[in-house]
Design a binder for this molecule. Structure first.
Ligand code: ADP
Length: 169
């Protein structure tokens, strides 16, 4: 099963992705997670991507395309994959298309989750995560348990400003 998950930030893609990859035994590939890991590890890609991400801007196509094309060629994607956060631009979609054609395979599903902008802003600015487990919470809709509340962190691009910039992309 080769699948693309599309939707604005805060639509619940992460939650649905976790459920679907488990159900279909496919590999979850989140461009945002990969880029954040690259920034964390200070790889060449990470150093180039960091500034764009902090500003809520898209990382340049050539960097993201190379990262994803390389990733879906790995053995753990032979049974399929779920792309989450990619493609985000027309050139990315075209590059993916060309790559899959070359490999003689096709996408099975493109799943779009639609959520109105007003809801997105509230979800995103209230989003927090537990740095120890990666668990995602919301200060109002899904508050962290008392023993976790003290250590939750907010993503740098989950401010109202950066979120509005991301929604406009
Ligand atoms: P969100 O969906 O909440 O914006 P992601 O985790 O998907 O967050 O992405 C975080 C950041 O990583 C984006 O704001 C952007 O800078 C970068 N990024 C992720 N995917 C792409 C992509 N396909 N093309 C360009 N930049 C990307």
């Amino acid at each position: 099963m080769r699948m693309i998950l599309v939707g604005p930030p805060g639509a619940g893609k992460g939650t649905q992705a976790a459920f679907l990859v488990d159900k279909f035994h496919i590999t979850h590939i989140s461009s945002g997670d990969m880029l954040r890991a690259a920034v964390q590890e200070e790889t060449d890609l990470g150093k180039q991507a960091d500034g764009y991400m902090k500003a809520g801007q898209l990382v340049p196509d050539d960097l993201v395309i190379a990262m994803i094309i390389e990733r879906i060629a790995k053995p753990d994607c032979a049974n399929g994959f779920m792309l989450d956060g990619f493609p985000r631009t027309r050139p990315q979609a075209e590059a993916l298309d060309a790559n899959l054609k070359n490999a003689g395979v096709a996408l099975d599903v493109v799943l779009l989750i639609e959520v109105p902008d007003e809801l997105i802003l509230e979800r995103i600015t209230g989003r927090r995560s537990d740095p120890e487990t990666g668990e995602i919470y919301h200060i109002k809709f899904m508050p962290p348990p008392a023993d976790v509340a003290g250590r939750v962190i907010q993503r740098k691009d989950d401010t109202a400003e950066a979120c509005t910039a991301r929604l406009e992309k």
